[in-house]
Ligand binder design. Structure first.
Ligand code: 1SD
Ligand code: ZN
Length: 258
């Protein structure tokens, strides 16, 4: 298992990580006409936990990641299923002067400039590392962002902190109020695509129940640029932090909405 990988050479990920060459890989192109309605897919929601742990935003060389340990559980991932504990959120984007590419999933063949992932793990496991490689032990919620003239105030606590984690390995504590529930919006969690997939980065474990919300969030181009200014390994600009789409193969794509 190789820890070192980059977005410059996605095509060779499978040389060091055999799962990356598997049949249940992510991301994929989400198409309404190729999806099946599943009426058992209920509105998901976040339940606040009683935690006073600080929120840490880190530059891990591949993305900006906000650690949310013990703050929320995700409910209704599947009918009568266990809770999924929210571990972190992180982002995927393109590069400066590219307002189009950046998302990992596509919607009707279309990309968005930013995609947020909320990574959760089944409460049957004691931590995410134990869960990581087990079937359906992770549930990741993907949320697209599209550009708007107005900035998104719910995203601003993260944007403000990005300037302080420009370089690989940096981390800061977010002291401003960050409200994940308000950022995503309760209603948005009703309409989503659902399929069985993988981590979109090495080791590409095929352990993820994917939910990608149909309705995007908005951010301003100034907010987007704050991501595009981050530096990764060897101080090079972190750019095009997204994996190309993978074949859906024989998998079924479901949706929660009509
Ligand atoms: O890319 C992330 C990776 O950084 C890590 O967070 C992993 C879960 O531990 O998830 C992948 S992803 O599939 O959510 N992109
Ligand atoms: Zn991700």
């Amino acid at each position: 298992l190789k820890e070192h990988w980059s977005y410059e050479n996605i095509t060779i990920w499978s040389h060091d990580n055999r799962y990356c060459g598997g049949n249940l890989q992510s991301p994929i192109d989400l198409r309404f006409n190729k999806s099946h309605i599943d009426r058992r897919l209920k509105a998901m929601y976040l339940q606040k936990q009683n935690s006073h742990d600080s929120l840490q935003l880190i530059n891990n060389g591949h993305t900006a990641q906000l650690n949310l340990k013990n703050h929320f559980v995700l409910k209704n991932v599947a009918p009568a299923s266990e809770d999924y504990r929210v571990e972190q959120i992180h982002f995927h984007w393109g590069h400066a002067n590219d307002d189009v590419n950046g998302s990992e999933h596509l919607l009707e063949g279309r990309s968005y400039p930013l995609e947020m992932h909320m990574v959760t793990y089944s409460s049957w496991f004691s931590n995410i590392h134990e869960a990581m490689s087990n079937t359906r032990a992770l549930a990741v919620v993907g949320v697209f962002f599209e550009l708007s003239f107005e900035s998104n105030p719910f995203l601003q606590p993260i944007i403000n902190a990005l300037g302080r984690i420009r370089d690989n390995g940096k981390h800061v504590v977010i002291n401003e109020n960050f409200n994940l529930k308000a950022l995503i919006g309760e209603k948005r969690m009703r309409r989503y695509y659902r399929y069985d997939g993988s981590l979109t980065t090495p080791p590409c474990y095929e352990s993820v129940i994917w939910s990608v919300l149909q309705e995007p969030l908005q951010l301003s181009s100034e907010q987007l640029q704050a991501f595009q200014r981050l530096h990764g390994e060897k101080s090079v600009l972190m750019k095009n932090t997204y994996r190309t789409i993978q074949s859906i193969g024989s998998r079924k794509l479901f949706r929660s909405f009509t």
